[in-house]
Design a protein around this ligand. Sequence first.
Ligand code: PMP
Length: 408
Amino acid sequence: LPVYDVERIRADFPILATQVRGKPLVYFDNAASSQKPRQVLDVERAVYETSYANVHRGVHYLSEKATSAYEAARETVRAWLNAASEREIVFTRGTTEGLNLVAYTWGRANLKPGDEILITHLEHHSNIVPWQIVAEQTGARLMVVPVTDTGEVDQDAFDRMIAGGRVKIMAVAHVSNALGTILPLQRMIDAAHAAGAIAVIDGAQALPHMRVDVRALDADFYAVSSHKAYGPTGFGVLYGKLPLLEAMPPWQGGGDMIETVSFEKTTYAPPPAKFEAGTPHIVGAIAFAAALDYLAAVGVEAVAAHEHDLTVYAHERLREINRLKIVGEAREKAGVVSFAIDGIHPHDIGTILDQQGIAVRTGHHCTQPLMARFGLPATARASFGMYNTRAEVDALVDGLRKVVKFMG
Ligand code: PMP
């Protein structure tokens, strides 16, 4: 195997050369959004300069060119996720939209009073709130599997709750954005299926960090965002099993999602078009495919190994800081270290680190129930991407020493 050449990767990301107040940028906010390599930026520009028109509707040269690049992106995504068919790849605005789509279509059509929707205590708000809304509308109940002190899903509680016989939808994260916990997804999906439930997976934090194979997992739905995986913002994908997509009612109505329209009756296009009303983020799709190609060229397994090394190293080094507590110490973690320092508000940690050019996220990470579980209003979170280095972790530790000196 070739060695992981992090400097060569860094050279592909123009923004990493940024100086922040005279200090080199240390970008540790990858779980919120990752930076984009030149290969993605070049594709965006090239499409607008040479191949841009609206897709699907035109017979003219540019529309055909744009359409074929756009549909080629669908095939790239299909292959990446190992879906059986391109018809299972629905283009969305992101994970949030994908989860809402499932809630408002499959959820509304299939839930009735007394049914249960099973989530976990570590979910992102976007995998909580849509289910609360459909629960209210359908009379279904939202059930929450507790997490342990290490930030892992309590598997005994999960087994009991899923075996209750009322769960219709299990909706869980693959990886926690706040703690980095990797959930034991295979066993959870198998248990959901054994209980007669469908499995909806929030894959926002998994896609950039590991090989995702929706067919091996046997996920029913799997939602991702491009912007967390080195692609553009405003674009995402919802994978859905074809028979489910075919049986689901449409989501938004408009152009492109229809077969025929009359005032008496409209018939819908087959999936995925049925769920893709309106002019899509054409360049987003094409540039996201370029991001996946880039991730493939580096090798997602190599990225995973590199980030695992950084995560282990960061855990070791952060323990050197007095009164620092790591929040979430699951055995299986992907690229996230959340922490609190006794007596210092996370916002102050973030501000003082920023003065040293270090970008971390502070706050509730859109996981307020999880923060409450740990008795914290917020944490500071360092999250890693393929271009981060051990030297940057060292800079974080030095920065935190200054935080403790100023604030402690
Ligand atoms: N789920 C998780 C676990 C996330 O980390 C995020 C983004 N923070 C989302 C869902 C929502 O993704 P987006 O904002 O791209 O729709």
